[in-house]
Design a protein around this ligand. Structure first.
Ligand SMILES: O=C(O)CCC(=O)C(=O)O
Ligand SMILES: [Fe+2]
Length: 405
């Protein structure tokens, strides 16, 4: 198995399947020292040292693995476990034995076949970093391929091996012989605890503050929370995050569109003054009229943000709905699917009622009167056709659910 595609890993979690051999340029020397003290003068030694994921000695490993794995998996990921494993064979070879004569070196039998997800179902992806000293024979990471063949990855210094951790990548470490040390930093990755996903102008700021007050800053990982940035996220806010606990914020599409316009026309000093945004993120020149804005708006912002697609047709509504299954969905200003009710499902209290320092000065407000003009109304409705179907479907599903209870 190699390349992309999706598959089903252990625990029923769908992951993108891949196996990737690349390079790293990290100095793993300090990690080697960490296990060296455990070595005995025996013919071979095996050490396995767990390292906390926030230990500064693995900061480079974490950053490198994250960049590779997030690109390969198209997911936002968290380090869940890190181990340094060292196999030292004939750690101190007798002086009369030439290193090239590795036949006389001692031998480590390797490990059994396994997939990493079998050890912990939260582990979705694995990245291994190799470092080899001396003359080592074998010590490959060996994969059991679908067709019955084996794929071997030799443990060279500077090599990085990344793969999805399910049964599609059943593997073992092969026997090691020679004189020297084979070090592998094994890193295991999963999805963050709670992910807040919010298209632009759907009460995202309010919710960040609520989570921040309750759980501290977004640590991204380790059972905590993170957020998907509404503008900086270039693509695909939901695909791939399906099995994190998701809080998705939506809003009545016409209200959202008007709020976006208001946001870009706020005066300096207002909290929502667009001047606080970097220039390249300002979507609307300040002098644009409402009519021009509505005519030029990229339609159906919410659906396109969730799916990461520029061109959306009718099928996008169904696809967005299916991605939202299992997520907690809030619709701003909706009395039942309210943001406050959604926060409560996470045990988080909305800032206004918790006495937080968070204040929410009003943005310039556009009311329905601004859309009394039939031309403007028509433009606004045309720009939100699919978004309105999405939000309408979520509302009526909720009503059906309530009726059944
Ligand atoms: O050392 C290796 O090559 C593989 C290690 C491994 O499979 C593991 O730590 O789960
Ligand atoms: Fe493994």
């Amino acid at each position: 198995m190699s390349g992309g595609g999706s598959g089903r890993g252990g625990g029923g979690r769908v992951t993108r399947c891949f196996r990737f051999v690349g390079r790293h340029s990290l100095d793993l020397g300090p990690l080697r020292e960490l296990v060296a003290s455990r070595e005995t003068p025996d013919a071979f030694n095996f050490s396995r040292v767990p390292i906390p994921v926030d230990d500064p000695r693995v900061a480079g490993v974490v950053a490198t693995a994250r960049a590779e794995l997030e690109a390969l998996s198209d997911e936002k990921l968290c380090p869940l476990a890190i181990n340094v494993r060292v196999v030292a064979v004939n750690a101190s070879p007798p002086p009369d034995v030439g290193l090239e004569n590795d036949e006389k070196g001692s031998f480590h039998p390797g490990f059994n076949w396994h997939n990493d997800q079998r050890k912990d179902e939260r582990w979705l992806y694995t990245a291994l970093f190799y470092d080899v000293r001396g003359v080592i024979r074998g010590g490959e990471t060996i994969f059991d391929d679908d067709g019955g063949g084996l794929t071997r990855v030799a443990p060279a210094t500077g090599r990085l091996l990344a793969f999805s951790s399910g049964p599609e990548n059943t593997h073992r470490a092969g026997p090691t012989a020679g004189f020297g040390r084979r070090l592998v930093v094994q890193t295991q990755w999963g999805r963050p605890g709670v992910v807040v996903v919010h298209p632009f102008k759907t009460a995202g700021r309010f919710v960040w503050h609520a989570f921040q007050d309750a759980w501290g800053p977004p640590t991204e990982c380790g059972g905590s929370w993170t957020r998907i940035h509404p503008i900086k996220t270039p693509r695909n806010a939901l695909e791939g995050l399906r099995w994190s606990r998701l809080l998705v914020l939506l809003r009545d599409p016409v209200d959202r569109l008007l709020s976006e316009y208001a946001f870009f026309h706020a005066a300096p000093g207002d909290r929502c003054y667009a001047g606080t945004l970097p220039l390249k993120l300002r979507l609307v020149p300040p002098a644009t009229s409402l009519e021009d804005f509505l005519a030029r708006s990229r339609a159906d912002h919410q659906i396109r943000f969730l799916l990461g697609e520029d061109d959306c047709d009718d099928s996008c509504v169904e696809r967005a709905l299916s991605l939202l299954e299992g997520a907690v969905v809030a619709i701003k200003d909706d009395p039942i699917l309210s943001v406050e009710n959604a926060l409560r499902q996470f045990g988080v209290v909305a800032p206004r009622s918790s006495g937080s320092a968070f204040v929410d000065p009003p943005c310039p407000h556009l009311s329905e009167r601004d859309l009394a003009d039939p031309v403007l109304l028509r433009l606004a409705l045309a720009a939100t056709t699919l978004d309105r179907r999405l939000v309408g479907a979520i509302r009526s599903k909720r009503r059906r659910h309530d009726d059944e209870l």
